[in-house]
Design a protein around this ligand. Sequence first.
Ligand code: ATP
Length: 344
Amino acid sequence: MPGTPQIEARSVGKKFGKFHALQGISLGISEGEFISLLGPSGSGKTTFLTLIAGYEPVTTGKLMLEGQDMTTWSANQRGFGMVFQGYALFPHLTVAENIAFPLKVQKRSKAQIADRVAQMVAMVGLAGHEDKKPKALSGGQQQRVALARALAYEPKVLLLDEPFSALDKNLRGQMQEELRRLHRELGTTFVFVTHDQEEALALSSRIAIFNHGELQQVGTPDEVYERPANRFTAEFLGDINILSLDQQAGGIAGTAVDLPTNAAAFRHVAIRPEHMRLAAAQDGNRLPARVRDRVYLGSKSRLLLETRAGEELMLYFDNGPGMPPPDPGSELFVAWDTSDSFAV
Ligand code: ATP
């Protein structure tokens, strides 16, 4: 990352009483990034966001903004936009009044406010709804108002805490598209908390993965998915096949397969199901297995396999023209490219 990060956490820790909610978090966020904070429930994502926002003080470490120490600054001094899980709109104010609110606080002129509100309403696709109160809007529309309100005064940084968690799947997809578009158009830095792996992979320029209050890995979506730093990240980010290494036999029990070069230091080898294929007997890098179960999923079938060592594997079979998927009970070989496997 060239230059000074816009936001930087330096060894940040947070304790609630004796409980360590966050420990040793060091993370730089560049201007214009869309970074997701991803992790299971209770991993510390929201806590980290509230520390960046300035709603809670850090217990240890420092927070920097464009090279300046902002650790003790109030939320107001930081001036970041914030969109919460709920919509947190003012129920007695109309759409236009909600969006105008932060601009009034900033004492902008009436004409300026009217212009900006019209611009924001159009940007989030709510033209015609300006005079409605929040309760007359759908969940997705309310979240759009919350986004428009947070972006109205052009904050340099927008913090979003699971903004779409209350929306159904379709609406969630639409709002994700909307957010990507807004990010592209505005170039504002987005820091986005989610526990949804697919959402993080689809939206972010980088993902920071949290577990038990510690940062596990930071990287682009394909880095963290294809090259997870540890077993937690590998398992958290999607389906994964994990095979034990039998060091005495020099490989995986019962077969001859190439192993990733760093395998010697680890106990397991991991391969994503989409990188596994059914193989011919003469394929070099292969593992014998038996089909235990087959689930028809339309365009694909999911095969559950068992190796000779009794370990489970999963892979997807394309139900196109050509070979039908193998029946349960079939003995076959699976193969993968060594470069697609990693040691964990
Ligand atoms: P979720 O996805 O469920 O929101 P999260 O990763 O955002 O989870 P946090 O809300 O940051 O998790 O919470 C991290 C841990 O800190 C949890 O164990 C939580 O109970 C604890 N915690 C958070 N806020 C407080 C508080 N004000 N007082 C005491 N403990 C807290």
